[in-house]
Design a protein around this ligand. Structure first.
Ligand SMILES: [Zn+2]
Length: 410
């Protein structure tokens, strides 16, 4: 595996006060480093030191970078930008057609926001514009705007000719000079050094009555175990704390979907027609990270055992070239174990390399001589993948689970 290097300059700015309630009292959650996993399936030298506020429950990485350093980090961020069509696929039961993450998000927005009649929609962190293109294709009368700090992603979005794009960060980026009828901000808020200020900015960018669609990792969902392990996740949310933050900044919180199939939290909030006094933050205990600790300990134990078997000559493959496998390769003994390959079903992944290992289809398992497969997928999909692999290979290949059949407990 390639050695990690710092992808930003200077010393971390850090944060010792809660960005929501201002408290300086917090409890430790977890520590990682100096090799840290990044969200674009890379590594960086850095430090993660997550804590939870004892007054309001917000969690953050107190070793976080400053805004300028994150901008430097994201300028070189590349994820799914090699082709316009590439997307994440959501796990489905055997035999069902795959569903893309983008299609799932567009369907959610359509179900919970009034889209008839058209309007202006802004996607904060628009990437290459996949969400906006899919939304515009099914929503007549809408105009799409996007903002993204990645130069390559913003260029791809602009090249579609359908989206007005600003390259930059939400807090300091340029102004479109208009108000929006809807704003989508998906998997962005957790990256910001001051999410409360960002929510204020989103409030100001919406017209009165306009809708905000927020999607973030739910740090309490076991399928998002890696939320606490990603270098650039500066803050961590759950349904309770994010709802309170939105209400405290003047939003009316409507739909709250605590967990999608992949562990994300979705909230639709509305900027009220008539301004009203924001609700104050109220005292709330920090989230219980016990399930997270048990899950990650179990996963680490299984990964280390698989690494040991690979070193004894077993021909080991990991199923799933995604974030679960990335976390195992960054933080467990698998980082330098002699694994043979990855196996995956995504047509966008097969044929590429992942952390230096080739990605093959299941059809190539026999010719590779694989005799042990570690199911490196999120906890909720373990049963599905294990049964799929067992149906296909029978007793000819050993299948190693990451978590037990009853979920994530040891
Ligand atoms: Zn707080």
């Amino acid at each position: 595996m390639n050695p990690a290097r710092a992808r930003w300059s200077g010393e971390p700015v850090g944060r010792d006060t809660c960005a929501f309630c201002g408290s300086r009292e917090y409890a430790p959650v977890n520590i990682a480093g100096p090799r840290c996993l990044t969200g674009d399936f890379g590594l960086t030298t850095g430090r993660i030191e997550n804590v939870a506020c004892l007054r309001c429950g917000l969690s953050w990485n107190r070793a976080m970078l400053g805004e300028r350093q994150y901008a430097e980090f994201y300028a070189g961020y590349e994820k799914k930008t090699t082709s316009q069509g590439e997307d994440d696929l959501l796990f489905q039961a055997s035999g069902e057609p795959p569903v893309t993450l983008t299609a799932d998000q567009v369907a959610f927005l359509g179900a919970h926001v009034e889209i008839n009649g058209g309007g202006r929609i802004l996607d904060v962190g628009c990437g290459k514009g996949a969400f906006l293109l899919a939304f515009l294709a099914t929503s007549p009368g809408w105009t799409g705007f996007g903002i993204d700090p990645s130069a390559s992603a913003a260029a791809l979005a602009r090249a579609t000719g359908r989206i007005e794009v600003i390259e930059g960060m939400l807090e300091s980026g340029g102004d479109f000079g208009v108000h929006f009828d809807a704003i989508a901000i998906m998997h962005v808020l957790e990256h910001l050094v001051d999410p409360a200020a960002a929510i204020d900015r989103l409030f100001d960018l919406l017209r009165p009555g306009g809708s905000l669609f927020v999607e973030v990792p739910n740090v309490l969902d076991p399928n998002m175990f890696y939320d606490l392990l990603l270098f650039e996740h500066a803050h961590h949310f759950n349904p309770d704390i994010l709802s309170r933050m939105l209400r405290a900044r003047g939003f009316e919180v409507g739909v709250v979907e605590p967990s999608t199939r992949y562990g994300a939290l979705r909230i639709v909030a509305v900027r009220p027609d008539v301004a009203r006094a924001p609700l104050p933050a109220y005292d709330a205990p920090p989230p219980d990270f016990g399930t997270w600790r048990r899950t990650w300990t179990r996963m680490t134990t299984a990964a280390n055992e698989t690494a040991r078997l690979a070193r004894t000559g077993r021909r080991v493959a990991l199923f799933g070239a995604g974030m679960t496998a990335a976390a195992l390769l960054a933080y467990t003994d698998l980082s330098d174990a002699p694994i043979i390959a990855f196996l995956d079903e995504s047509r966008w992944k097969i044929g590429r390399t992942y952390f230096g290992h080739p990605i093959h289809s299941l059809d190539e398992t026999d010719q590779l001589g694989i005799d042990l497969i570690l199911v490196a997928t999120m906890p909720a999909s373990q049963d599905l993948v294990v049964s799929k692999l067992t149906d296909r290979f029978g007793a000819s290949v050993d299948i190693q689970r990451l978590v037990d059949a009853d979920g994530q407990h040891i």
